[in-house]
Design a protein around this ligand. Structure first.
Ligand SMILES: Cc1cc2nc3c(=O)[nH]c(=O)nc-3n(C[C@H](O)[C@H](O)[C@H](O)COP(=O)(O)OP(=O)(O)OC[C@H]3O[C@@H](n4cnc5c(N)ncnc54)[C@H](O)[C@@H]3O)c2cc1C
Length: 777
């Protein structure tokens, strides 16, 4: 059985298994990661909290609840609402489809497989099962519902079979966490390139938006000799453009655009990524001019501050020279980072407003109680229509504190399987399916020497975690801290470390000590270029073919290499070091840290172990112990830019659910199905960082979100529309090797997510559908 589109229909969400599936739980197998479904085994273990069915009012029950309203959530919701997602059409087809739509020749367009829902302010229904045109109307939807022989409920219900979606976030707004982080650190540009964005219709949407607004590229700041992030002068820019062989035409275009682009809109080229296909002649003439090769790429990070004291930027440049170019010249326009304002306006206009997601965020309590004009909340139809017109989605502010899956009783309906979420304010909301878009989700990962009176905590006496700085209610540095003439210690080796060091100096500290466990890694993105090419790439292919979760985890960790700093910020940090404002201590650990509350001072014992130079070949050198140096540092404040813990089942609100529906994890990441589902039975999905084992190292960044949204949307479409799953997505779950021994190769594993399909049961174990990857021909 599959989920039908209509909210009144299913009494069970799980995919029932037919008798002939023959899936028997084996006595020799350890407890399965998720229940093996068969007619003799309950579809899911009953959560003790839902032992007696929870009762919910009808208006508090939704088809889908999305927890979190960050970019990953936005990408998913927009994808559900998009009629023609880019993933199923080439970009040329897309343009053509939009032209057809505009010119009213929609009749020829084949149906898109999207969730049925209503676009903003229109009477249109996006793609109904029977609507061959792809441009359904209310009448078409009603006709489709009438033709549905399975049930009569659809015809009478005012929702007309449209999917009802609730998005709930503790901050109560789209991308508020993102905004807080960018505002706190006063970041002017993103780190990611132009094809990383949440808009589902077009991979080039952000680039097109920038071009439409006359944004000109300004060169990367890492060329700036002073190491400052300020823009080079116009003359410098011209000179460099000429050197790079740019035509007079583009210079004229830039001149023209300078007057057009709104304030705060800019693009910054990511230096030295592009140039793979530059002609030999051009490379030679460039070398002649510059005296050295200049075009290159950067697949890996480098030790920018090695034992020999190589300058960060010099080390980076050397690496570029050694490794060679990585990105084709024709993709140069993609390898720009947008300014914060440009990106935010793009998201607001091209995603939030375009898909009608700019509705009001109401307290979860109000949604639960059903007041304030909810579409199904017992108000008059005029206000219902108005609410629907302003947003097809219900938006709620509230922190989810409990998640349960089990039997529900929705008033006026039969008992059914479903989710019940509880929020901090005591509200209860239900749904057939849930998507978690929680970001890193876990609490701060803190060094051991930080003792916390209460857990979890982001700040204490004399210290804070970097996530506290992002919180608008936290003052950095705290008012009580004496800052003038004092030192701030920052622990961590990622981009946030560099940005916080800069912020600390701007907020009045005289000196910053940066402490890194390893070397200072410098690379333009969190992950290597080999992972984030615009088109399919080998690294991704290898990742998708890997069956073992532990190996996938190792690949993810290797690709991210912990934290890394972008070349402009590394240059900035190095410049501050040269000015004596920053000390960068690499290969250093904090041996002991004592905070004297009375004097407001940290006393830190640091141990630096510099690695030996690799090249030495004589025996004495090889056996020489690395040089160890001990330092003592006194500081007024400490910032731990040490990242977050990952893990869903450890989250307070998810503990009971994970206990009742266990699933293997690797490094805190759940071993989801390829559709990012929590096993085959429970319609709980993940987008964002927690889908790292399936999406790859970019899962937590903007780059992985569209792909995650696509996979989840397709699966939700299958559940709600009853479309048979495509063979590409009929695949198993990536498990840790010890779990695989018992399950992979067994009948259970050969099965599919939707085992209703006969075809599916004959398929082998496939881990990735290659047609879901955009492959460059
Ligand atoms: C300073 C900084 C700069 C960055 N720059 C870039 C960049 O340039 N490019 C890039 O790709 N990535 C960047 N990142 C990474 C960035 O965090 C991610 O790309 C993105 O924010 C992740 O989106 P998300 O939706 O998965 O999670 P988040 O943005 O973290 O959103 C998660 C949401 O879930 C909500 N939530 C969590 N738990 C609950 C709960 N129990 N109940 C209700 N709501 C809950 C939170 O309130 C939050 O709104 C940057 C990160 C930082 C910190």
């Amino acid at each position: 059985m599959t989920l039908r589109p209509h909210r009144l229909t299913p009494t069970e969400l799980s995919i029932a298994v037919s008798e002939d599936d023959g899936l028997e739980p084996s006595a020799s197998t350890p407890p399965p990661s998720f229940p093996l479904a068969s007619s003799s085994v309950p579809l899911c273990r009953r959560d003790p909290a839902t032992a007696s069915p929870m009762t919910l009012p009808e208006h508090a029950f939704f088809d889908l609840i999305v927890i979190g309203a960050g970019p990953a959530s936005l990408a998913l919701v927009a994808r559900l609402l998009e009629e023609r997602p880019a993933a199923i059409y080439t970009e040329d087809e897309h343009r053509h489809l939009h032209w057809l739509k505009k010119s009213g020749k929609a009749g020829n367009i084949s149906r898109a497989r999207t969730i049925k829902t209503r676009a903003r302010g229109s009477e249109r229904v996006i793609s109904t099962a029977d609507d061959k045109s792809g441009y359904g109307s209310r009448a078409a939807a009603a006709a489709a519902a009438a033709a549905d022989t399975d049930g009569d409920d659809d015809r009478d219900c005012e929702c007309q079979g449209l999917m009802r979606i609730l998005v709930i976030d503790r901050l109560g707004g789209w991308m508020k966490q993102w905004d807080n982080a960018f505002r706190a650190l006063q970041l002017e540009h993103l780190r990611s390139p132009l094809f990383f964005h949440p808009a589902p219709a077009d991979l080039d949407a952000l680039l097109a938006f920038a071009e439409r607004h006359g944004c000109a590229s300004c060169p990367d700041a890492d060329h700036n000799a002073s190491g400052s992030l300020t823009k080079p002068s116009r003359a410098e820019r011209r000179q460099r453009r000429r050197q790079d062989g740019e035509t007079a035409e583009s210079l004229r275009a830039e001149h023209h655009h300078r007057h057009v682009a709104p304030p705060g809109y800019s693009l910054r080229e990511i230096a030295n990524c592009v140039g793979k296909e530059i002609s030999k002649h051009r490379i030679k003439s460039r070398q002649k001019r510059q005296g050295k090769a200049h075009s290159a790429g950067q697949p890996a990070a480098i030790d920018a501050t090695s034992a020999q004291g190589i300058d960060a930027t010099a080390g980076y440049a050397r690496m570029l020279r050694d490794i060679g170019p990585a990105v084709n010249e024709r993709d140069r326009k993609d390898y720009h980072v947008p300014s914060t304002k440009l990106f935010r306006d793009f998201v607001q206009q091209e995603v939030v407003e375009r898909y009608g997601l700019d509705g009001e965020w109401r307290d979860a309590h109000k949604v639960w109680k059903g007041d304030n004009g909810h579409p199904h909340g017992g108000v008059d139809s005029a206000s219902k229509a108005q609410t629907n017109a302003s947003s097809p989605i219900t938006l709620a502010k509230g922190e989810v504190s409990e998640l349960h899956w089990g039997e529900l009783h929705v008033e006026g309906w039969d008992h059914m399987q479903g989710f019940c979420i509880k929020t901090e304010d005591g509200s209860q909301l239900g749904s057939k399916a849930v998507v978690c878009a929680l970001g890193m989700a876990g609490g701060p990962a803190l060094p051991q020497f930080i003792t916390r009176p209460q857990s979890p905590s982001c700040a204490g006496d004399g210290w804070c975690h970097s996530s506290a700085i992002f919180n608008p209610s936290y003052q950095f540095p705290p008012a009580a801290s004496k800052v003038r003439g004092k030192t701030c210690v920052i622990v961590g080796g990622g981009l946030t470390t560099a940005q916080t060091a800069d912020l600390a100096l701007r907020r009045g500290f005289d000196h910053v000590e940066v402490i890194m466990r390893g070397h200072m890694k410098v690379k333009p993105f969190d992950i290597g270029l080999e992972w984030m090419g615009r088109y399919a790439n080998l690294a991704k292919m290898r990742f998708f073919q890997e069956e073992d979760a532990a190996t996938r985890l190792a690949m993810v960790r290797c690709a991210r290499q912990g934290g890394s700093i972008t070349p402009p910020w590394a240059a900035r940090l190095r410049a501050l070091e040269q000015q004596g404002k920053v000390t960068i201590r690499t290969h250093t650990k904090v041996d002991d840290a004592v905070y004297d509350k009375q004097y407001g001072q940290w006393d830190l014992k640091l141990c630096t172990k510099m690695p030996l130079p690799r090249k030495k070949c004589d025996a004495c050198e090889l056996h020489k112990e690395p040089e160890v140096q001990m330092h003592r540092v006194r500081a007024a404040f400490m910032v731990c830019a040490t990242g977050s813990q990952q893990g869903f089942s450890a989250l307070p609100f998810a503990k009971a659910f994970a206990l009742a529906n266990p699933l293997p994890e690797a490094g805190g990441l759940p071993c989801l199905t390829d559709s990012l589902q929590w096993g085959r039975e429970v319609p709980l999905f993940f987008v964002g960082a927690l889908a790292g084992l399936q999406i790859g190292p970019a899962a937590g960044n903007l780059g992985g979100m569209r792909e995650a949204a696509e996979r989840v949307a397709v699966r939700l479409g299958e559940l709600s529309l009853g479309i048979p799953p495509s063979p590409a997505l009929l695949s198993g779950t990536v498990l840790p090797s010890q779990d695989r021994k018992s399950t992979i190769g067994s009948k259970a594993d050969v099965g599919t997510e939707s085992r209703g399909s006969d075809h599916a049961s004959h398929l082998g174990f496939t881990h990735f559908g290659f047609e879901t990857l955009p492959v460059e021909v």
